[in-house]
Design a protein around this ligand. Sequence first.
Ligand SMILES: *Cc1c(COP(=O)(O)O)cnc(C)c1O
Length: 438
Amino acid sequence: MIYFSTNKSSTPVSIKKATLEGLAPDGGLYVPSEIPKFSAQELALLEDASFCNIALAIAKKFIGGAIPPDQLSDMIESCYPFDTPLVELEQNTFIEELFCGPTLAFKDYGARFLARLTGWFAAEDDRLITVLVATSGDTGSAVAYGFQGIANTRVVLLYPSGKVSRLQEQQLTTAGNNVEALEVKGDFDDCQRLVKQAFVDPALKERLTLTSANSINISRLIPQSFYYAWAAMQLKTGYGLTHPVFSVPSGNYGNITAGVLAKLMGFPVGHFVAASNANDSVTRYLEDGRYEPHPTITTISTAMDVGDPSNFARLRYLYGNDYRAMKKEITGVAISDKATRETIIKLHNEFGYIADPHTAVGFRALEEYRKASGNRSAGVVLSTAHPAKFLEAIEETLNKKIAIPDRLQAVLERKKQATLINASYNELAGFLEHLDKH
Ligand SMILES: *Cc1c(COP(=O)(O)O)cnc(C)c1O
């Protein structure tokens, strides 16, 4: 399989190059040259398969050739030692809990896979790869714990001092070993500016092999298709339900793009609901085909506060840049903070289910879609984070204390290890100077 850029002016590359480069040189996003298809026979064989076996079948189609099957299998087992529960909330409505990984959010699925793949490719060339990321919280923690202990890799994370939650800061600063956290006296934009500058610094390029791990990396996207395929197969074998509607709480639209990949591969997926908050650029595009990104609006579903989603170009590409084609398969629904809070309360009162704000947006959007369309298919809401990750919003909405899982408590008790720097490139360069060479 080769990968080319959505901007179509860069040379096609291997999965290795696409993974290590992240963004194509022409500024586009890498996409596979063709979407691999599963035959009816292959799908039948996967009906009783485990999560890891389904993941392996998909990974082989995208990555096969670059990594021998036995090693790819081991890699996948080490990515996903946790469950992916599909909880039946009521008849025909399910919540797929994607928060059972180490950082309690679905970004673990992509980051863990990317980390192992990067480690593999780095070892092939006997290199040490330095992953440099600016983070406002969620991505950084998944990357820190994803790369933790992976040979031939090290991570340098930049986060804005005082601008991430205590829990996020703990997750960013306690992974240890090959993960260095830099606490920057500035905001997220400063962190991003410093990282961008590092990537174009020729002196640094001489010394270190740098890569980024942001959500536009194709190797973070591919593994996110695993849990759509898994849910579709589980519904089929466990409940006799096919072609469910997936409701996806969306920010950069990477998650939903991976769902579209699963559908294009032939897994029995019906429709998608792109659930957003007040940041509704894509919702509006789906109404009239006009894309007018706007400045970010702050909401209680913070991980979805994105005005100009980075994966949207890839989503459009998959639909041939035809919004009518996209609209046939994806319905956009924007949910206000008020409706999000109402939904958190409703899920708690009616089902005894505590949903985080992002999951609540997904649930409410599914309800609204069903009402407007009359679609009676099974519905799967992707739960993108554990409620304890958004403790404050949940506790003030439900007016009660909620329990923190043990693994989170353990992270809270670890000792924070971070280097404080000013938001100046000289200070970042000075820090990187002292790292061992590649
Ligand atoms: C990142 C994130 C999202 C948004 O996912 P995208 O792939 O960017 O659309 C939703 N919910 C949570 C909790 C997240 O961390």
